[in-house]
Design a protein around this ligand. Structure first.
Ligand code: NCD
Length: 312
């Protein structure tokens, strides 16, 4: 494995292997000094052309815990603003010696393009509406730990609710959850479903209340207002009434059910209860697991011969 561009590139066995490697990384993160020398001397460069808090800091933390050198390329203060093309930017930075690019871009397919311009590994940290593979892996890891499902997700009932149309998280999660055996239902108003669901191994529903009591995982998506160029929702209030996690829906969840959200949350829209008061809320576990999963991905791509033992 040289790049991580899409969940589609991974077999179920490869997903399981990455989750097992994540267990080792989670163990490292529990140590007093959570750092190992595995990627010493490797250079990991983040190229974020879209805003991000958690994904960027998560990759950064992951790379440092493996002792890699990290460089953050801030688009706002770069030559991109002088009209430099993505290709020239990538070739210029590559010439300094880069082992991996972590890239987020508003255009689907930008990370794939990068692989043609650099010899470094490329990790997709979110491209347009297309893919966000490390988010899907951290979501799988969170479900695997939260429901004690080390062997797979056979028989699990997962609903992904909300703005599926604009969501790279939904596309990646559907592929990963179903690859591991889960049964996935997409719940959304028709305007927030993709125009075609051909080839998506899912069911759809417009009625969250009919499903909520039978779920093992309720996965809420952010309403992506910045990606909507037309009026797809009558109002955010109506959305919240129909598709939000209200106190009544929270009360209807099975006691073991997990509630997940990739962040950032729109409080009062897709989530109208305080997640801190939901026993099944995994939202901060997702963030913590994100670091371990990204350590596993970086180690898998760059770590041949590296050592996971010892302290840096
Ligand atoms: C997601 C993203 O950017 O795709 N967030 C994230 O990575 N933490 C989801 C979102 O923005 O809604």
């Amino acid at each position: 494995m040289k790049h991580l561009l899409s969940i589609e590139d991974l077999t179920a066995t490869e997903i399981h292997q990455l989750l097992e490697l994540t267990d080792h990384m989670a163990e490292i993160n529990q140590r007093t000094i959570p750092k190992v020398p595995a990627l010493r001397g490797k250079n990991v460069v983040s190229l974020f052309f879209e805003d991000s808090t958690r994904t960027r800091t998560s990759f950064d933390t992951a790379a440092r815990r493996l002792s890699a050198d990290t460089m953050n390329f801030a688009v706002s203060s770069s030559s991109v603003n002088k009209g430099e093309s993505l290709r020239d930017t990538v070739e210029t930075i590559s010439a300094m010696g880069v082992d991996a690019f972590v890239v987020r871009h508003k255009s689907s397919g930008a990370p794939l393009q990068l692989t043609r311009w650099t010899k470094a590994s490329v990790i997709n940290a979110g491209d347009g509406w297309h893919q966000h593979p490390t988010q899907a892996l951290l979501d799988c890891y969170t479900i695997r730990a939260g429901l004690n499902r080390r062997d797979g997700f056979d028989g699990l009932r997962i609903a992904i609710v909300g703005d599926i149309k604009h969501s790279r998280v939904a596309r990646s999660d559907v592929q990963a959850f179903t690859a591991l055996g889960a049964h996935v239902t997409l719940v959304a108003p028709p305007t927030l479903l993709p125009p075609s669901l051909d080839g998506w191994p899912v069911e759809t529903s417009h009625d969250l209340d009919a499903l909520v009591g039978g779920l093992d995982v309720l996965y809420l998506l952010r309403v992506q207002r910045e990606r909507m160029d037309e009026a797809l929702l009558p109002s955010l209030r109506e959305y919240s009434t129909m598709y939000g996690l209200t106190p009544a829906r929270a009360a209807a969840l099975a006691p073991h059910a997990l509630v997940m959200h990739p962040g950032p949350m729109n409080r009062g829209v897709e989530i109208a209860v305080d997640p801190a008061e939901l026993p099944g809320s995994m939202i901060l576990h997702q963030v913590a697991n994100g670091v371990a999963v990204r350590m596993a991905v970086l180690f898998q791509l760059l770590g041949s011969g590296g050592d996971l033992r010892g302290e840096a």
